[in-house]
Design a binder for this molecule. Sequence first.
Ligand SMILES: [Zn+2]
Ligand SMILES: [Zn+2]
Ligand SMILES: [Zn+2]
Length: 330
Amino acid sequence: MNRLAGLIVCSALVACSPTPHDGADSARQATDRSAPISPAGPFIRVVGTVQDGGLPHIACTCERCERARYDPEHRRLVASLAIVLPESESVFLIDATPDVGPQLQLLADVRDAPAGRVDRAPVDGIFLTHAHVGHYLGLALFGYEAVHTVDMPVYGTARMLDFLRGNGPWNLLVERGNIELRELSPGGVVELGEGVTVEALAVPHRDEYTDTVGFLISGPNRRIFYVPDTDSWLAWQPPIEELLATVDLGIVDGTFFSADELPGRSIEAIGHPLIADSLERLTPIVEAGTRVAFTHFNHSNPVLDLDSTARARVEQLGFELLDDGDEIEL
Ligand SMILES: [Zn+2]
Ligand SMILES: [Zn+2]
Ligand SMILES: [Zn+2]
């Protein structure tokens, strides 16, 4: 168990010690010994931690991708979080990735689904950060040809929703009533119930089709800021530290560890904060008590290797590396 033991209560990759849980959880544990023991109150389950291209990355035969291709232990899903409200058995996704199918399977234990047929309402809503492929392509699978949801709430900025309304195949989901678009204005707060709220905050990122947001997720006990994709911290005004100082945990863009992964590309053209730079810049924030965890790892990122020096350096400095299956109490 890592430094975030109090926050990240369980990881798919780390053995868990039991925590208090109700009878339903006991029954679940009795039948599925691999299922995590989830908190009694609202929590986040991490359902993906890699960059848009996946791990194995599509069409890549690098050593790391080949290993993941042939050994499921090394596979990871595209970056996404699920917010779980146990009392109402509600589940909300942050982003709809190309891996949304396996991601819904990772959530099968948190809500009742109709037996023996397609669940037409597998989630209670989806919050979209932006229109890059890893963050919204999975939305298409909620349409007529696949899940065929009815009025599933999809939250996004005005630009994000205009993009969905104005372009196929997304406009068909709107016209057929598969999804119901709900606009998030910056600073506007959405109440999910059980003391959990979600607020969108503007994020600087190359905005070809839409603008980009990160999400401030607040629960009865914790405030978490999730920003899987952003330009360098230099583009943040006010500085990212000001925001991180107000939360318990920042889950931030860890796409690349260093510029070594992108030979021939200038730092300015990379368009992400490098983990090596974040370690330097955000150490005072971590020392002051805010936890910082990285996610959205590119297949080239050495932190994906459990025995890498890059990974050891991150952990030595008190930062975290998110894994698929981690749970964070809200
Ligand atoms: Zn991305
Ligand atoms: Zn690769
Ligand atoms: Zn992006």
